[in-house]
Design a protein around this ligand. Sequence first.
Ligand SMILES: [Cu+2]
Length: 272
Amino acid sequence: MGLAMALVVAVFTVVSVYIFWARIWWFPVDISTHGAAIDHQFHLTLIICGIIFVLAQLGLAWFAWKYRDNGDTRKVTYSHGNNKLEATWTIAAAILFIGLNLMGYQSWADTHFTGAAPGALQIQVQGQQFYWYFRYPGPDGKFGPTHVEKVDDAIGNFYGLDREQDSASEDDIVTATLAVPVNRPIELILRSKDVTHSFFVRELRLKQDTVPGMEIPVHFTATEEALKHNGGRYEIACTQLCGLGHFRMRAFLQVMTEPDFEKWLHDQAAMQ
Ligand SMILES: [Cu+2]
């Protein structure tokens, strides 16, 4: 039985390592300028945790085999633990986790805490049950104010704009697709109309909750790589369970060349 247990643990370990090593179910392509740093951090964490995992599993297999039932009739003795050992591995684990956090902090802060580059294209992203809507400021570069009482999905006023009274709202462009030009810094301002949602584009390596009552900025720049796959089209998923229709809350990011983007924006403006 001890041998069988040891074998099961060993096989389990080898198969698990193989799945990661052979990159079965691996990351999708990275289309952002900050993605490489995030992937690097992930690899580092994976390698360190992988080594610990293999050592721990092989240790477990070895003990299962070494202390198997071999007919020894001696009475068992019980250990009450070893404080020194416990303190050692607790401190080691703490150093490891805090260290990895400090190392990863910069790549996370780059998109969340440091402001977007000057001249970044600002786009508002609104999560609502169960859609995403995007707002571009139009030629004046200003988002018009929103009015809660004006919000009316039936007439397509998802943001509650008053285009007649507010001059800054007149040229605002609201769309159901998030189109962005390649190689240009983009600042997203995330907001929610109702509950907490989460904006996630795997290929951008970007994920951020949208929280009612808050405007949360994140920024990224899509690289040329984005145009080489899927026609530049990538899924935006909501990753917070936000209600019964959560599963269908998706939209698409469309990365375009600058001229294509200008044309697209112009067409969208004509449809407002
Ligand atoms: Cu949602």
